[in-house]
Write a protein that binds this ligand. Structure first.
Ligand code: AHR
Length: 518
């Protein structure tokens, strides 16, 4: 069955420039993300560069990941950076108490993470320990990484192989300090933030952007109470100390990672789309305290979260904690989310999907000597041309196909009274860069294809190129046995264009159309 839907693109109504950092990633010492997903060590029979898997590097390089967050997550507030420097054979073995009491060899530490980031061309984003360490520990880590001059810490970094400072710009002052990062109230965290932040210095040539722990999901009270409490700290420059404020939003699951009905498909997409209210709601509260928007809004963890265990993971027997299969449905959630981010280019600075490899909504799945790209990987690949583009307003006149009922829990602290999860048949975003218009569209319906009428106001486009991500089954995923079941189509070129363009969107698909603007 086919429906006709309509979109209007308004090139003369710019929203803002899309920050490349909204395509950020996150790697935590959790399950199989770091060992063996990223780091196998120099003695491994698997091909590696200084211990980092070659297949992973080759798979990730084309994405040009803009920023990579590490070492957690909840791991961060129980991580002591000194454990992860110096000769590897002398590093202590610790217990990863938060994630399954796993053995933590500390083989992958600060230098290895910087090496990984540099090999990918990504900006490193460190999450500091506030929950279980003194402010001096964070102070020393920043000095160790960023100081170019003479000090014992800078000399230690040099002795450990890095003559030049790492110049780490992004520093999280804790993670989820309302939970695993110390179970603090917003007021307690504001006090902790002010204290720890005081000792995070800008060393010459290495300016820091300090990122405060923001709320979980719709917890608007956290945002208001944090900024309110900050008034009590260092009044003259309290907001100058907070460069970023990072919310987390996991849209969860319906059914399992690979088994769901059409209506569960729609419900999860609607829950994914609800990130729109989180981004706009938290920014609206921040604006009450920071009308000049000096503090940047970040979502440094987001994604789907499917149940673990039989049925929740896959029949391939994934074993790592939170290692989940990733289908066309996860890809559509990712695409909807990135479209929301583009449509809020004026207020969103960075976002980091959870997580890069083998954990939650990962981009890669890695096992033994195999490494495959998930459908979510292909969405990031497809959306790359949006980076640094000027987002423009898009009006979707598409029908509403689902009013997923928001659960009681979801609604409890909703910013508005809205109790439904809206989802339109077609969601989209568009950007302009170097005279090229890039539009991405999600057909959210699991079974209906769409004939899409795109109207371009006060402009024309031509030389269109269209790339599609879809599959013949809404449950389709990539497996080690069949790694390319879900992948991007070859580009289709057409001389169509003008002001009105008709585009066929397969059911359950993500489509990118690019064309020269006149
Ligand atoms: O990404 C998995 C976990 O989810 C992170 O460690 C934590 O910050 C969040 O609760």
């Amino acid at each position: 069955m086919e429906t006709v839907q309509r979109l209007v693109l308004l090139p003369e109504e710019p929203i803002g420039q899309v920050s490349p950092y909204i395509h950020g990633q996150f790697s935590e010492h959790l399950g199989d993300c770091i060992y063996p997903g990223t780091f196998v060590g120099t003695e491994s029979p698997l091909p590696n560069t200084r211990g980092i898997r070659q297949d992973v590097l080759e798979a990730l390089r084309p994405l040009e990941i803009p920023v990579l967050r590490w070492p957690g997550g909840c791991f961060a507030d129980n991580y002591h950076w000194r454990d992860g420097i110096g000769p590897r054979e002398q590093r202590p073995t610790r217990v990863n108490t938060y994630w399954g009491m796993a053995e933590e060899s500390n083989a992958f530490g600060t230098h290895e993470f910087i090496d990984f980031s540099r090999q990918l061309g990504a900006e490193p984003y460190f999450a500091g320990n506030v929950g279980s360490a003194a402010p001096s520990e964070l102070r020393d880590w920043v000095e160790y990484c960023n100081f170019a001059g003479n000090s014992s810490l800078a000399d230690e970094r040099r002795a450990n192989g890095s003559a030049d400072p790492f110049k780490v710009q992004f520093w999280g002052i804790g993670n989820e300090n309302w939970g695993c990062g110390g179970n603090m109230s917003p007021e307690e965290y504001a006090a902790a933030f002010a204290r720890y932040r005081t000792y995070v210095f800008n060393y010459p040539g290495s300016e820091v952007q300090a990122i405060a722990c923001g709320p979980n999901s719709h917890d608007f009270a956290w945002t208001r109470r944090f900024f309110d409490a900050m008034k009590n700290h260092h009044t003259s420059c309290r907001l100058k100390q907070v460069q970023g404020f990072a919310a987390h939003y996991y849209c969860g699951t319906t059914g399992s990672s690979t088994e769901y009905t059409d209506s569960q498909w729609l419900e999860l997409l609607a829950r994914g789309y609800a990130i729109e209210g989180i981004v706009s709601g938290h920014r609206a509260i921040m604006d009450e305290f920071d009308k000049n928007r000096r503090v940047k809004l970040i979502v440094d963890e987001w994604g789907t979260w499917h149940p673990s265990g039989p049925g929740g993971t896959s029949l391939e027997g994934f074993h790592g904690i939170y290692m989940q299969q990733n289908t066309l449905r996860d890809a559509c959630v990712a695409a909807l989310t990135l479209d929301v981010f583009n449509n809020h280019a004026d207020i969103l600075y960075m976002a980091n999907i959870a997580q890069l490899i083998n954990v939650l909504q990962s981009l890669l799945l890695v096992e033994d000597d195999k490494c495959i790209k998930t459908p979510t990987y292909h969405v990031f690949d497809l959306y790359k041309p949006h980076r640094n583009g000027q987002a423009i307003r898009v009006i979707s006149e598409a029908e509403t196909i689902s009013h997923g009922e928001a659960s009681e829990e979801h609604c409890r602290s909703c910013y508005t009274d809205q109790r439904t999860l809206d989802l339109q048949a077609v969601h989209s975003s568009a950007t302009i860069k170097d005279g090229v218009l890039c539009m991405t569209v999600v057909n959210t319906h699991p079974t209906q294809q769409v004939e899409l009428d795109v109207e371009l106001r006060q402009a024309n486009w031509s030389e269109l190129e269209m790339v599609t991500l879809t599959a013949d089954d809404i449950h389709a995923c990539n497996t080690f046995a069949q790694p390319e079941r879900v992948k991007l189509s070859a580009p289709q070129r057409s001389s169509n264009g003008g002001k009105h363009t008709r585009i066929q969107l397969p059911a359950a698909s993500v489509v990118r159309v690019m064309g020269t603007l006149h």
